[in-house]
Design a protein around this ligand. Structure first.
Ligand code: NAD
Length: 538
């Protein structure tokens, strides 16, 4: 690894730009970052600067792609895809398994780059690469189960032989956000490659290097470089030409952008999956183990400084244990450590940008101005870095406050008391989102029953989000305005395929034969339908 600040020490340098100030330095060695940025298809000669949110230190100047570059990237991907689709499933699965080991081998380097670009705590960076490893292994080991052609019953037993194939869509466009820049750049693309597609990815501008490191690892694992094209630039400029060229779009980001993208895909009649925002609830039932719930809830609310689609922003706590739970939850939250470092020493890193800090500050100020009480946090920490904000617990949040129903996407959680569970479920289900929910209870059976009433794509019991997120065989995604389609599981790979049914007719044709008239044929068909029904055939 050639990053300048290896894990173990805080970043020390100031924010001046080394292009203009010879005394200044980059957060990562320029040779290292240039080796990554050369992977971007860019002929514009223009670059966009990236700074580390840890301390404002420059990271790199990232080449920008034009609309023509995006079209060229799609064309290259399309050419490469034809050869790629002819490779065997065994070959593609083997590359995924090599990737699995590579990300574990190079974890220090990956965590450093994620840390420098996103400012997250190292434990959160590690979870990204663990998720990529889990995804690679799951799809490699289950490739045949998802993708093999299968026989299905035909119209007439023995006479109609039917096979169903899963053909790759062609070129998949991925538009990914900054919050989990390694896993969200890779995890949706891995099943696309396995199914025989090529990918053109547009990662978020703030976290290009992390996504490019992912591209380098794919090549090192044995994937042909041409089947993974990377373009860079503002989403509103290069998103449309990307969507114009590809055969399917996988988008992760905000609900507002997701709606725009769905519209553009609809115009072309191509499919898309949308992983969008949430306002995720946890229900803490009266029989919950208080300490366990307090620990899990703090993790669920403040992992990655709350900049996580599945993180918790609403806590509904049973009256009977409310005071005990709040005392433990507040104590745990206040004990959390924050800092600008690449090592393992802190619980929470920084928000990623001035925009994020502004949103979080505005949500908390609005709530406080309208009467909410701050039980922990509630303030920015410029002494630690430009965008730090303390993990914050609010009580007394009411519907007129912005943070009641709008996603904060930061380390802010609101506490609500409930008396009966039906009421808690109804309140948890209110609003337009439906991404992730959780229930804490010592009665697993009762919690599982209640889970079916929660309108969310994933529900975790006695855990915030990790159990579903890390269970790769389980589909993951949102209901309502939290998204369309699913990543993970069969749905996560079959979305990148077109189903083709091939039926071979033997003996009799599907129409009058043996000299039968249409009417006689209808009668004969009626008899055979009745017989098949009696035999219990589908
Ligand atoms: P965003 O929608 O602004 O940006 C996401 C990506 O879309 C970026 O790459 C951006 O450049 C691109 N983009 C922006 N405008 C575009 C346009 N008009 N056309 C094409 N692409 C465009 O979202 P964000 O603020 O960066 O990310 C935070 C949001 O993402 C939150 O709402 C969060 O809940 C959501 N998110 C969801 C999941 C999930 O799996 N459900 C995961 C992570 C983040």
């Amino acid at each position: 690894m050639s990053a300048q600040n290896p894990a173990g020490g805080p970043l020390l340098h100031g924010p001046a730009d080394p292009e203009h100030d010879p005394r200044a330095s980059y957060a990562l060695e320029p040779g290292y970052t240039q080796n990554l940025t050369r992977r971007i298809l860019s002929t514009t000669g223009t670059t966009a600067p990236v700074e580390s949110p840890l301390n404002g230190q420059p990271v790199a100047h990232v080449p920008q792609s034009s609309e023509a570059d995006v079209r060229e990237a799609v064309a290259r991907a399309r050419r490469a895809q034809e050869a790629w689709a002819r490779t065997s499933l065994a070959e593609r699965s083997a590359a995924l398994l090599r990737l699995h080991d590579l990300v574990l081998d190079r974890q220090d380097e990956i965590c450093d780059v994620i840390g420098v670009e996103s400012g997250k705590a190292r434990k959160d960076a590690f979870l990204e690469l663990a998720h990529v490893a889990l995804t690679a292994r799951y799809y490699a080991r289950t490739a045949h189960a998802h993708l093999d052609s299968r026989r299905v019953p035909g119209m007439f037993p023995a006479l109609t032989h039917v096979e169903v194939h899963h053909l790759p869509k062609g070129v998949v466009g991925i538009i990914s956000p900054w919050n989990y820049p390694f896993t969200l750049a890779l995890c949706d693309g891995l099943p696309a490659l396995l199914a025989g597609n090529a990918v053109v990815i547009k990662p978020d501008a703030q976290t290009m290097l992390t996504a490019l490191l992912g591209a380098e690892l794919l090549e090192q694992a044995g994937f042909p470089p041409e089947i993974w094209q990377v373009v860079a630039g503002p989403g509103r400029d290069i998103g449309p030409p990307l969507i114009q060229g590809v055969d399917y779009v996988c988008f992760t980001g905000s609900t507002a952008t997701g709606k725009l993208i769905a519209g553009q895909c609809a115009d072309r009649l191509i499919g898309c999956s949308l992983e969008l925002g949430g306002k995720n609830p946890i229900l803490i039932l009266r029989d919950a183990a208080v300490e366990k719930a307090a620990e899990g809830t703090a993790r669920a609310s403040f992992s990655n400084a709350g900049q996580l689609c599945v993180s918790t922003e609403r806590l509904f706590v049973a009256d009977q244990i409310y005071d005990r739970f709040v005392e433990r939850f507040v104590a745990r939250t206040k004990a959390m450590t924050l800092g600008a470092t690449l090592d393992w020493s802190v619980d929470m890193g920084t928000l990623i940008s001035a925009d994020q800090l502004e949103t979080v500050t505005a949500h908390v100020e609005d709530a406080v101005a309208k009467g909410a009480r701050v039980l922990a946090g509630g303030r920015a920490r410029p002494d630690l870095g430009p965008y730090f904000y303390e993990p914050t617990i609010l009580e007394g949040v009411t519907p007129d406050m912005t943070c009641f129903g709008h996603e904060t996407f930061g380390p802010v959680v609101a506490l609500y008391r409930f008396h009966d569970e039906a009421d808690a479920v109804a309140r948890a289900n209110a609003g337009q989102y439906g991404l992730n929910g959780s229930i804490y209870s010592q009665d697993g059976g009762r919690a599982r029953q209640l889970a079916r009433q929660i309108k969310c794509g994933t529900v975790n019991i006695n855990e915030g989000f990790g159990s579903t997120f890390g269970s790769l065989a389980a589909p993951m995604g949102g209901m309502r305005e939290s998204g369309m389609g699913r990543r993970q599981g069969s749905e996560g790979i079959l979305r990148y395929t077109d189903t083709q049914s091939v039926a071979t007719q033997r003996g009799v044709r599907i129409g009058p034969s043996f000299g039968l008239s249409q009417e006689q044929y209808a009668k004969a068909l009626t008899v055979s339908l009745r017989v098949l029904n009696k035999l219990g055939r589908a």
